[in-house]
Design a protein around this ligand. Structure first.
Ligand code: 13P
Length: 266
């Protein structure tokens, strides 16, 4: 894994005009950075997707959706189907963000259906996993992660592993009031995730990028990026200003290049 995977989910912030100007600015701020060494992605609100799709494509920024229904069509009021998302240029389906699991009550079984739907439609499934503060306190973080991965990815063929990205986002680290995980803590969980992916997919599992998310900021990004099992960063608040986001990207790109070079040599 040699690329840096880096992106943002704008949650229920940024209307259409704000998303468009954010993407234009991010495109400008990162125009000189090769996309060969980086997968840059933005996951805005549904209403902005169609409007910003061409801008994102032209800027080499992949577009994701924050959620997705698992059927192509049907009697599912309020859901948006994979075909509808593909129609507006979405190539990444974010699945199981902590706010969807813990605020809106989504289950591992629902995430699993969404993963299969994304894969069936040729999208990247970005499955988010993470333990709560209580689960961490009870010493069961790795068990929770293993369960979310094994339930969420149940029935996925190893041949499809290249369509999977994982985001490790500890619930206690996310959002306003979240405390960022230390680099050492995050690395230990990433190692547990790697082990579960190996059990699921064998060698193909080792190639799945696992991103860290949860209060990433300009102060902690470099230390997180330097960890061997952290394959990228998934950022909320600190990425919503294009200049600030681009500064983080520039900070961590050389760290990933060094890690890739180290792996090539070893
Ligand atoms: P924050 O970086 O604001 O904690 O949000 C992280 C996140 O939820 C990304 O999906």
């Amino acid at each position: 894994m040699s690329k840096l995977y880096i992106g943002t989910n704008t949650k229920m912030y940024k209307n259409i005009a704000q998303t468009a100007s954010f993407l234009e600015a991010l495109g400008r701020q990162t125009a000189d950075l090769s996309r060969e060494s980086m997968e840059l992605f933005v996951i805005p609100s549904y209403t902005a997707l169609d409007r910003v799709s061409a801008t994102a494509r032209a800027a080499g920024i992949r577009l994701g959706a924050q959620n997705m229904g698992w059927e192509d069509e049907g009697q599912f009021t309020g859901e948006i189907s994979p075909t509808m998302l593909a129609e507006v240029g979405v190539t990444i389906a974010e699945i199981g963000h902590s706010e969807r699991r813990h605020v809106l009550g989504e289950t591992d079984e629902m995430e699993n259906r969404k993963v299969h739907a994304a894969l069936r439609h040729g999208m990247t499934a970005l499955l988010c996993v993470g333990e709560t503060k209580a689960q961490r306190a009870h010493g069961i973080a790795d068990e929770v992660l293993r369960t979310q991965l094994k339930e969420g990815l149940f029935g996925v063929d190893a041949a499809r592993a290249e369509q999977l990205w994982i985001a490790y986002e500890p619930v206690w680290a996310i959002g306003v009031g979240g405390e960022p995980a230390s680099a050492a803590y995050a690395e230990a969980r990433h190692a547990a995730i790697r082990q579960a992916l190996f059990e699921l997919f064998g060698a193909a599992g080792a190639k799945i990028p696992v991103l860290y998310g949860g209060s990433v900021n300009p102060e902690n990004a470099a230390a997180l990026a330097a960890q061997p099992d952290i394959g990228g960063l998934f950022i909320g608040r600190s990425a919503w200003d294009a200049e600030r986001f681009a500064a983080i990207i520039r900070q961590v790109l050389p760290i990933f290049a060094d890690k890739a070079e180290g792996r090539r040599r070893s």
